[in-house]
Design a protein around this ligand. Structure first.
Ligand code: ATP
Ligand code: MG
Length: 172
């Protein structure tokens, strides 16, 4: 089910017809638009190094995702630690954050109905050895660490991750 975001009732009317209801329920009572769900994704440094970024983007496009925002950059270990803070203290944390800061990556905000679950499906299992045939990790990942692509795993994490890497004005 796509989320419904209500738009101000006066959005399609001339300004002078706008009721003075700012801050009250009335302002939001007349209109609603459907918007697709957003998720956050990274083409990880291994895939960029191996020249797979274009092929991965093509698959994402073919699967029906819109690219809302995209940028290629290198990140510091400190930035990687903040991004993967949920894994802090785990035995693989140091290796994971060292890898993520080892070279340029591609950061993206993607949009589509059911984007979060559908991207995870397209990615395949964390360990490429157990990823399903045809998934991005099966095709492009080399190992549990060098696993080609990241995708948010829930609505809360998607919101955090989009805000961690992109400013509001970049999401148009
Ligand atoms: P990502 O968050 O990068 O999309 P994921 O959601 O499939 O991957 P997570 O459990 O969030 O998997 O782990 C983040 C990353 O940490 C994984 O992509 C993997 O590289 C690494 N990782 C996770 N579990 C292990 C593990 N048991 N041993 C080694 N590395 C691991
Ligand atoms: Mg994860």
């Amino acid at each position: 089910m796509p989320k419904l975001y209500q738009i101000p009732a006066f959005a399609d009317r001339p300004l002078e017809a706008t009721p003075n209801t700012i801050g009250t329920q009335g302002e939001f009572s007349q209109g609603a638009i459907e918007v697709a769900q957003r998720t956050f994704s990274i083409v990880k440094p291994d895939a960029v190094r191996k020249g797979f970024a274009g092929a991965i983007l093509a698959e994402i496009d073919r699967a029906g995702f819109q690219i809302v925002a995209i940028k290629k950059q290198s990140i510091s270990k400190q930035q990687a630690k903040g991004f993967y803070a949920v894994h802090a203290g785990k035995p693989f944390f140091d290796g994971l954050t060292a890898f993520m800061s080892s070279g340029p990556l591609v950061l993206m905000v993607l949009e589509k109905e059911n984007a979060i679950a559908d991207l995870r499906k397209l990615m395949g299992a964390t360990n490429p050895a157990s990823a399903e045939e045809g998934t991005l990790r099966k095709r492009f990942a080399g190992s549990m660490t060098e696993n080609a692509i990241h995708g948010s795993d829930g609505e809360d994490t998607a919101a955090f991750e989009i805000g961690y890497w992109f400013a509001g004005y970049e999401l148009i």
